[in-house]
Design a protein around this ligand. Structure first.
Ligand SMILES: [Ca+2]
Ligand SMILES: [Ca+2]
Length: 213
């Protein structure tokens, strides 16, 4: 992969609630670090730190909506894909949720594809970040996670290798089910709102699509 001009997000099976403008403001203690990766509030982790939206590291934001295909049932108030463009705000666009029946029935998850004005390639360190509006809850994150894919030609998309070893919410996290993000890597949405999840195109150097040019 020489350049990444588009990035595409897919809502995942771990999406628990429809993405929306729900925000809580609460002080919560630092969660116990159980896994190898950053917690949802960790902006200093050596592997995958959340990056504050106002960091000077950011040199451009997504500029164009190439494609937007929400899962069925997304209300009009959350279906404006232009909310994904430009600097981070609390305005959101939803990719939607699938029920277990829909997943079993093969209904595709929601997706959005965004383009950048200045194509970029793999440089030292992280190359871009994705923001979601998850919030801390019960020692974990009320999380809506997404696969992330990139493309240099707009047709072939390489998916970042990713992992979540969670099998259950943080014990006792309550109604919104906080999840332990130290067990999650390379899935968009693993950091709380305002912190972007970083991605390094180096993770894709062995992807067959990249190897084949
Ligand atoms: Ca959300
Ligand atoms: Ca890089």
């Amino acid at each position: 992969m020489k350049q990444a001009t588009d990035s595409r997000l897919f809502s995942s099976k771990q999406s628990l609630r429809q993405l929306g403008g729900l925000f809580l403001c609460a002080w919560l203690p630092l969660p116990l670090a159980a896994g190898s990766f950053s917690a949802h509030i960790d902006a200093a982790h050596p592997v995958d730190p959340g990056i504050p939206w106002d960091s000077l590291l950011f040199v451009q934001w997504a500029a164009t909506v190439v494609d937007y295909r929400p899962a069925p049932g997304v209300g009009a108030a959350f279906a404006d894909p232009n909310n994904a463009l430009g600097p981070y705000t609390t305005s959101v666009v939803s990719l939607g949720d699938l029920s277990s029946q829909q997943i079993a029935g093969g209904v595709p998850p929601g997706s959005i594809t965004l383009g950048f004005a200045q194509p970029f390639g793999n440089r030292p360190g992280f190359d871009f970040a994705v923001f979601e509006n998850g919030f801390a809850f019960g020692g974990g994150l009320f999380a809506e996670l997404a696969f992330v894919e990139v493309s240099s030609n707009g047709t072939d998309f390489a998916r970042f290798p990713n992992i979540s070893t969670n099998t259950a919410p943080v014990a006792g996290s309550g109604a919104f089910s906080g999840w332990d993000m130290t067990n999650v890597h390379n899935l968009a949405g693993k950091h709380q709102g305002g912190l972007g999840t970083p991605f390094d195109l180096s993770d894709l150097v062995l992807d067959p699509l990249v190897v084949s040019g």
